[in-house]
Design a binder for this molecule. Structure first.
Ligand code: PLP
Length: 391
């Protein structure tokens, strides 16, 4: 047998990022029988009527490929909802792409809009997918810090991140992992820079309906001059508690949508057809549905935050989304990973080490993230365990 020198058979790109730490912590939670407050998915049922809509769609034999960029009734429902919710008129035929979750929406958008070597500005700490997304699309990420404790950015630092190589900025609003809701003033500052430098804003608004204490969600596309340079990435996952359905969408001007649709088609062809049909039903729910969603999450937040503080965590109370980034300095561990492993193995609660949300792991060494999208029983079980932790 002729032997040849061994090739790695893996790409340089794939070598530049690790497996998801969030999903790994879910596996750790299962292995140690711990309460999983790591990965952001509800442990309660999805609304019965939405589930019924999916079952009925399968019964009606909505079981073949949908139109690659999304079933017409879902795109129409999206246009109607976007009109009443955001006050934006969008053309369902030319400005919407239905994707396999916001996850595919984000990577398809980056691949459709950014060329290798171009820069993408990303606020840090960031939802961990954005860094691999940037690498896979060939973009060079440029990070801008959101500073603790209130997670604001320094306008000068943001301005300094923009250059002639900047193609896009990625925003996550309301924010995972911080629970921050960007104010209108902050968004205007970002918008002004985008317009000055002819930059695209890709905004992940998957938590748009999870807001607390009357916080207002402003969509970047609502700001004057931004509609034509914004891609809104969104999903059914969090709003309708169906993270496993994998139905998301991108809203963008027609020429950008055309590029996203091409990338999307060759990546996945399309999201599950019967679940798109159920999506059309979900998107047509009345406003009250969204009021209840926020109120229920606010009650969970209010149950969990005082317990975290009592246990010794430093927190800044989230204004949106269902996460809290905590400061763990008081516990005296060497770093976040050591603390998170102690928590999952010895205390019985899974969280996500803060370092997985930073480009330089040491910047998150004193932080861990908890999610609170769980039943009261689950949160109370976690509270009970955390109360044994000594700060
Ligand atoms: N974007 C953000 C900010 C998230 O927090 C998540 C999931 O936690 C996703 C995207 C993934 O969304 P999807 O389930 O629609 O792919």
């Amino acid at each position: 047998m002729v032997t040849t020198a061994r090739r790695a058979h893996v790409s340089e790109k794939a070598g530049r990022f690790t497996e998801s730490v969030i999903r790994e912590m879910t596996r750790q939670a299962l292995a140690h029988g711990a309460v999983n407050l790591a990965q952001g998915f509800p442990d309660f049922g999805a609304p019965d009527d939405i589930k019924r809509a999916a079952v009925e769609a399968i019964d009606r034999d909505v079981n073949q490929y949908a139109i690659t960029w999304g079933a017409r009734d879902l795109r129409q429902a999206l246009a109607q909802k976007t009109a009443w919710h955001l006050g934006l008129e969008i053309d369902p035929e030319r400005e919407v792409t239905v994707t396999c979750g916001a996850t595919e929406g984000m990577i398809a958008t980056l691949m459709a809009t950014v060329d290798p070597g171009e820069e993408v500005v990303i606020f840090e700490p960031f939802y961990e997918n954005y860094a691999p997304d940037a690498i896979l699309s060939g973009a060079r990420p440029v990070y801008v810090r959101l500073h603790a404790p209130d997670w604001t950015f320094d306008p000068d630092e943001l301005r300094a991140a923009f250059s002639e190589r900047t193609k896009a900025i990625v925003l996550c609003n309301p924010n995972n992992p911080l629970g921050k809701v960007f104010s209108r003033q902050e968004l205007q500052l970002i918008a002004d820079l985008c317009m000055e430098h002819d930059v695209l804003c890709i905004t992940d608004e998957i938590y748009e309906h999870i807001l607390y204490d009357g916080a207002e969600h402003v969509c970047m596309a609502q700001l004057e001059g931004m509609r034509e340079r914004t891609v809104v990435v969104n999903s059914m996952s969090k709003t309708y508690s169906v993270t496993g359905w994998r139905v998301g969408y991108c809203i963008a001007p027609p020429h950008i949508t055309a590029a996203i649709r091409k990338v999307h088609d060759f990546l996945t062809v399309g999201a599950a057809a019967p679940l798109q049909a159920a999506g059309a039903y979900a998107l047509s729910l009345p406003r009250e549905y969204y009021h209840h969603l926020s109120a229920d999450y606010q009650a969970r937040r209010d149950l969990f935050m005082p317990a975290l503080e009592k246990a010794g965590f430093g927190i800044s109370v989230p204004k949106g989304a269902y996460y809290v980034m905590t400061d763990i300095s008081r516990f005296g561990f060497r770093n976040d990973v050591e603390f998170a492993m102690h928590l999952v193995k010895e205390v019985g609660v899974a969280c996500v080490p803060g370092s997985s949300f930073y480009s330089r792991p040491e910047d998150g060494a004193n932080q861990v993230r908890f999610c609170f999208c769980k039943r009261d029983e689950t949160l109370l079980a976690a509270v009970e365990k955390l109360s044994k932790l000594s700060a």
